[in-house]
Each structure stands twice: as C-alpha cells, then as structure tokens.
Write a protein that binds this ligand. Structure first.
Ligand SMILES: NC(=O)C1=CN([C@@H]2O[C@H](COP(=O)(O)OP(=O)(O)OC[C@H]3O[C@@H](n4cnc5c(N)ncnc54)[C@H](O)[C@@H]3O)[C@@H](O)[C@H]2O)C=CC1
Ligand SMILES: O=C(CO)COP(=O)(O)O
Length: 317
C-alpha cells in the first residue's frame, strides 16, 4: 500500500440499507465521521455533501440514477472521491453503477468496492476482505486506507469494471446455487455449477472490457464462493425458494432487502443477446425467474447442452 495517511475524514453514506449501515459502522470504528443519507430520512444531501471528502453509495441499482440526479446540482469539488458499493446493472442503459457515476461526474475519481462481504457477518465483527478498484490508484489507495481495519482487509485493484462485474454477475449464479441446494442435487452438481459459472462470468466480463484475471480475485471467485454457499445471501434465498416451487412474489414478500440478481439476470440476457455471448446458466435462471420452466427442466437443459471442450482455447472457439 502507498503511504496514505489514515486521517479521520468526513464521509457521506448514501443508502441506509443493510450494506450502507455495515459500511458506516466500519468507517465509524476507524474514527471517521459518517453522515448518512437515505431517501426516507430527513437529512438532505445539501446538508451533508459539501462537508464530505468521500461519498459512499450503497443504494440498490434502481435508485442510483435518481440519486445522482439529485447530487448533480450540488457542485461536487473534483477532489471528492465517489465510492460505489452497488452490485447491479442499469435496466435501461445496461451500464454498471461506476459507469453511471463516472458519466455524471467525469472529473471525480470513482472507486468500486466489491468482495465477499455478507453484511450480517461484517456486522458480527467476523473477519472479511474486499477489493477497491479504480482507474485512479491514488483514490483507490485512499479508500483502502480509510476502510482497512484489523477485521477488514482491503486490496487495491486497477480493473474497476472487472471488480464491479464480478460482484454483480455472481448474483445470478447465487440464484442458480440456491436452486441447486434447494433441489438437493448434491455436492458434485454444486461444484460443477460453480466451476462453470466462473468462465461464464469471465466470458461476459472480457466481452465488456474487463480483465479475466480480476474474476479470480475476491470480487469474482471470492464473492461467488461466499454468496453461492450462504443462506445469508438474498440471491441464494431467491433460488432456494424457486426450488421449493414458491412464486417470485411469495419469495420477495418474505425477503429482507434487495436481491439484485433478479434485475441483473434480465439485463445480462439483453447484453448477451446484443453481443452474442453464450450465457447458459443465466439463460436458465432467466426462464426460471419468469416462471417459464420448472427447476427440473432447467437442470435437464443444462445437462443436455452440446458436448464440448472444457476450455475455449482448447477448441479455438
Ligand atoms: N447486503 C450485503 O451483504 C451487500 C449488498 N451489496 C449491494 O449493496 C446494494 C444495497 O444492498 P442492501 O443494503 O443489502 O439493500 P437494502 O435493500 O437493505 O437497501 C437498499 C438501499 O437502497 C435505497 N434505495 C432503493 N431504491 C432507491 C431509490 N429509488 N432512491 C434512493 N434510494 C433507494 C434504499 O432506501 C436502501 O437505503 C445492492 O446493490 C447490493 O447488491 C453489496 C455488498 C454486500
Ligand atoms: O453481495 C453480497 C455479499 O458479497 C450480498 O449478497 P446478497 O445480495 O445475495 O445478499
């Protein structure tokens, strides 16, 4: 890590859901002053943004653009670092949250924070690691210093898109993993699913400009392992419920917080169609979410795919 001072900063957190609250707690424990904003509390953005050197967004994807629109009138200084912790894709533009933030604030450094970070475990002070990624190494190292703690280890990465897509795409795979466990398909099936999920994520990521190696890091493989193996994951819970033949409406009515994978699946299918990328697992998750197939039919379809070499470079396709 570069020689970045761990001085107390004033940090605005946008979104007071479970992730925004957990991030706020980490920062308060590091002696930073945390100012929270959410659409439902009485504090206004005008009251907190001008005082903050860092803005952390932990808003679900559906609220990112409207929150940015509110911030645009506030004349951010170009030194203000924007950190995005959202794991989703915009349904209208298919953009990632960091792309939306960067487009709105082209002169500000934008840092992606993503990793295997189930908020309930972090709230219980269990050890965890994450990645902060940016085109600005200085900004990423500043955020690394601000968040790092005895129980929260932060790595820097220079591939913000790959870091963001790892955390976003694994939500689709977490739905599939929940289905797999809910159907009690066994350990072999789960291992096969997760192992094939990773190259599917890499295929999409590299088509969109991310580096393949990023997907082997905390934000890719790390988050895939965490979310696909934990009943704490809301996306996993969605898949588990589908395997029990609950409707999506029934599942969502019991769900605590946001399962971004539902929207991400739809957006990914759109991207995959436009760019002609094969996304077999996401395709089955999409059909399941839409109620067009049963979990059993999804398994059958994945098992019946055309036989092929394990790695693309082996058959040149
Ligand atoms: N909970 C977790 O363990 C983690 C969650 N994330 C990501 O962080 C994001 C937030 O997740 P959670 O806090 O878990 O969800 P949550 O459902 O608990 O909170 C969502 C937050 O977004 C805000 N929001 C939603 N729509 C909005 C709108 N139209 N305008 C303004 N604000 C709006 C809500 O008010 C709330 O503050 C998601 O993208 C999630 O994938 C990332 C890492 C870990
Ligand atoms: O991204 C997460 C953990 O890293 C949280 O997963 P869920 O959104 O599925 O709960």
């Amino acid at each position: 890590m570069a020689n970045v001072e761990k001085q107390p900063s004033i940090i605005a957190i946008l979104g007071t859901g479970v992730w925004g609250s957990a991030l706020g707690k980490l920062l308060s424990n590091n002696q930073h002053q945390v100012l929270f904003w959410s659409r439902s509390n009485s504090t206004t953005l005008t009251e907190i943004i001008p005082h903050s050197s860092v803005i952390v967004s932990a808003i679900s994807i559906k609220g990112v653009q409207s929150t940015i629109n509110k911030l645009k009138n506030l004349n951010l200084t170009p030194e203000t670092i924007i950190v995005t912790a959202t794991k989703g894709l915009d349904p209208d533009t298919t953009k990632t949250p960091s792309q939306i933030w960067q487009q709105a604030f082209p002169h500000n450094p934008v840092v992606v924070l993503s990793g295997p970070n189930l908020s309930k475990e972090i709230d219980r002070d269990l050890p965890a690691a994450t990645t902060v990624a940016s085109n600005s190494v200085v900004a990423a190292e500043t955020i690394q210093a601000i968040f790092s703690a005895d129980l929260f280890r932060v790595y820097v990465n220079q591939d913000p898109l790959g870091t963001e897509l790892g955390g976003t795409l694994k939500n689709i795979m977490a739905i599939a993993a929940g289905v797999c466990d809910g159907m009690k398909l066994g350990t072999n099936a789960k291992a096969a699913l997760l192992t094939r999920a990773l190259p599917e994520m890499i295929q999409v990521g590299t088509h969109l400009g991310a580096k393949a190696e990023t997907f082997f890091g905390l934000s890719g493989l790390g988050d895939l392992i965490a979310t696909c193996d934990s009943p704490l994951s809301r996306n996993y819970q969605v898949g588990y419920g589908l395997a029990q033949r609950k409707t999506l409406e029934e599942i969502l009515s019991d769900l605590e917080g946001t399962a971004e994978g539902i929207n991400t699946t739809q957006v990914l299918i759109k991207i995959a169609h436009q760019k002609q990328i094969a996304v077999p697992i996401a395709h089955q998750v999409n059909l399941l979410l839409k109620g067009k197939i049963t979990p059993q039919q999804a398994v059958k379809a994945l098992m019946a795919r055309e036989l092929k070499a394990e790695f693309h470079h082996l058959d040149g396709k």
